[in-house]
Design a protein around this ligand. Sequence first.
Ligand code: UD1
Length: 417
Amino acid sequence: MSVILVEGGRRLSGAVTVQGAKNSVLPILAATVLSGGVCCVKGCPDLSDVDTAAQIIRHLGGEVRREGAALVVDTRCISRCEIPEELMRRMRSSVMFLGAILGRCGEAVCSHPGGCELGPRPIDLHLHALRTLGAEIREENGRLLCRGGALRGAEIFLHIPSVGATENAMLAACAAEGTTIISNAAREPEIVELQDFLRAMGACVQGAGSATVVVEGRKKLHGCVHRVRPDRIVAATYLCAAAASGGCIYLRRADYRQMAAVLCVLRQSGCDIRSDGCGIRIKSDGCLRAVPPVRTSPYPGFPTDDQAIMMAALLRSRGSTVFVENLFSDRYRHVPQLRKLGAQIRTEGQTAIVTGAEKLHGAAVQATDLRGGAALVVAGLQAEGVTQVDRIEHIERGYADIVGDLSGLGARIYREE
Ligand code: UD1
């Protein structure tokens, strides 16, 4: 079992290039199944979740090979429509293949997806969207059996703007006959990127980034080349690390337009942040102030994925900050771990109150989920002594090289087998 060791107390300086976005690349890899051609996905981060997506495509009969930073995916010879339970269990995004396989093959078989445990994560909206397009879906012995021989364009209303359900609906709608209108669609940047990718494959999609996405079904799509945009959550992680540790770092490729809510909170805490259009620079003296309540909400609000990371950044701030988690019911699992480092946090239901501690001390902690794990690293960077982070397989689902990136910025951080 590998662990990450962090020796806190070093200021960060230098520059790092932000990896491609995991949450963009996973639906994009599902979309390649629809293309029936060869797609080149450039700037594809080397992550275990990407590996799981590649294994799903291979299982379906496609070919996936890595060429440097690019993933070349050939889905001309897809011959299966079923995803093994073991691959479904590894990540939530495996469910994204449902819409794509259904669109390509007219049927699909899978089970309920796994992923980070953040409270109940139903897929009712995914199934509602596919059923509205005409798919017949039934559950037998824990397997979802889907038939969608003749998908037809339809009006789909999502009662929650779910990112995954919007993406699944877009994928299936590309193969449906006629026009699909998705209302109350998620507006996250990853939806816009999926639209760009689908258009490059010859699909007709409009409106991504707004609450209404319109898809015109097409009989035949084709391969394409796409460069994955930078990961806004990884960028936020490194900004929070520098904010809390002090120092000055530059994040190449980080896109400030997608990060307004997070940058606002960091500025309120006392950081100086500038963007030159090619990246973001942050300067911090490491003595942060508490900020007004941080409430997570769908984009463009404060991202739930950044909640744990921002909380870690504010553990030594002057004063108290209230966090309200509005998306997931059990997304404070990192809190007991942070307390082991001396953090003062009270939780009640969906609210957490962080009161800045004089100092943090190193301890042995366990990553409980992907972003919660990254939060432990951010906390460890400010703690006196050594913090040992266990269960780092959670972190490695979303960060291609958190240890290399942070040590390149001057942190004392190591990965040990
Ligand atoms: C995506 C992101 C994840 C992020 C989340 C919210 C990816 C791969 N993951 O996850 O990092 O934390 O958006 O920004 O892009 N819901 C239902 N029924 C459904 C689907 C969702 O009730 O069928 C609920 C969820 O339980 C949650 C809310 O809708 O409370 C939002 O979830 P959703 O946007 O679907 O998140 P994911 O797509 O799973």
